[in-house]
Design a protein around this ligand. Structure first.
Ligand code: C2E
Ligand code: MG
Ligand code: MG
Ligand code: MG
Length: 284
């Protein structure tokens, strides 16, 4: 269709589109190599309570290609998802989480700190997913409730029956669920209480604009109220300033994540800081 009748030249694509397509192809083949050579890294970002104490952490992928430089998850995760590479990548991240949780069982200060892993829709839909998580948990042999999976509203829409079944199976294994980027998708409120879900994560766009836009504040208030009524914990992500923090606290939010408390950094780095002091003092 887009290919011309003759000569193999591409028509109907403008230069910008061509460039984007070429970039995608480059990134995909570099990502394939990165997976083979284990060049991806996971970083950790802490989550804190109202006392600035670390109560959990989220693992976030990082990737620097020798030729292309640092590439953000916002660019490579969709490519990993489309190409199927998300399956080995996602497995690896879960393994990293379980390995870390297992190590932390020997460190008194850290043994009750859960770790959250982002799960993409294709990964969650993959037939072997539940068995694979079960395998990782078993290998790590750690207590229940420490592995948390962050899923998004989009995943709840298509094939809700299968999703719920799968979530329940994982829930039986002691896995906890957090609904990421909450408020940006189309999750039906009726489903929320049917799901074995423990936490709603207020999307960072609402936090960013909360002080300027009354609608965003109302949305945050609504999510916090929803959490209270349906018994979900609520965490705000993307908290960057003391002002935002104070405002979120005033609205009743009790958990926070964002640059104010720390950037994502290598697990070993955070582990060292955590063992010294689990309290992250945001004021200098
Ligand atoms: P997310 O799960 O919603 O993660 C939050 C993003 O916000 C992260 O971006 C984090 O670095 C960033 N962030 C944290 N605090 C602040 C803040 O105070 N201000 C601002 N502006 N941003 C903040 P990152 O690491 O670039 O990841 C982007 C997205 O890529 C993630 O969004 C997640 O959807 C996806 N992702 C990252 N790692 C993985 C992974 O291992 N598997 C899958 N499937 N997706 C991942
Ligand atoms: Mg997340
Ligand atoms: Mg998010
Ligand atoms: Mg996101």
């Amino acid at each position: 269709e887009a290919k011309a009748q003759g000569g193999g030249s591409i028509r109907f694509f403008n230069p910008a589109m061509q460039e984007a397509i070429i970039r995608r192809m480059l990134v995909e083949s570099a990502l394939r190599k990165a997976v083979q050579h284990q060049e991806l890294e996971v970083y950790l970002q802490p989550q804190v309570n109202t006392q600035n104490e670390v109560v959990a952490g989220e693992l976030l992928l990082r990737w620097t290609d020798p030729d292309l430089g640092s590439i953000s998850p916002a660019e490579f995760i969709p490519i990993a998802e489309a190409s199927g590479l998300i399956i080995p990548i996602g497995t690896w991240v879960i393994e990293q989480a379980c390995r870390t949780l297992r190590d932390w069982q020997h460190i008194d200060a850290l043994k009750n700190i859960p770790l959250a892993v982002n799960i993409s829709p294709r990964q969650f839909r993959h037939g072997g997913f539940v068995a694979q998580v079960e395998h990782c948990l078993h290998e790590a042999g750690m207590p229940r409730g420490l592995l948390e999976l962050e899923i998004t509203e989009g995943m709840l829409i298509d094939n809700i029956e299968v999703t719920v079944k799968r979530m329940c199976k994982l829930g039986d294994l002691g896995v906890r669920f957090s609904l990421d980027d909450f408020g940006t998708g189309y999750a039906s409120l009726a489903y929320l209480k049917k799901l074995p879900l423990q936490q709603l994560k207020i999307d960072q766009s609402f936090v960013r604009d909360m002080l300027a836009d009354a609608n965003d504040e109302i949305i945050i208030k609504t999510i916090i109220g929803l959490g209270e009524n349906l018994n979900f914990s609520v965490i705000a992500e993307g908290v960057e300033t003391e002002k935002q923090l104070a405002h979120l606290k005033a609205l009743g939010c009790k958990k926070f994540q964002g640059y104010l408390f720390g950037q994502p950094a290598p697990i070993a780095e955070w582990q060292q800081r955590f063992t010294q002091n689990l309290k992250l003092v945001s004021e200098s």
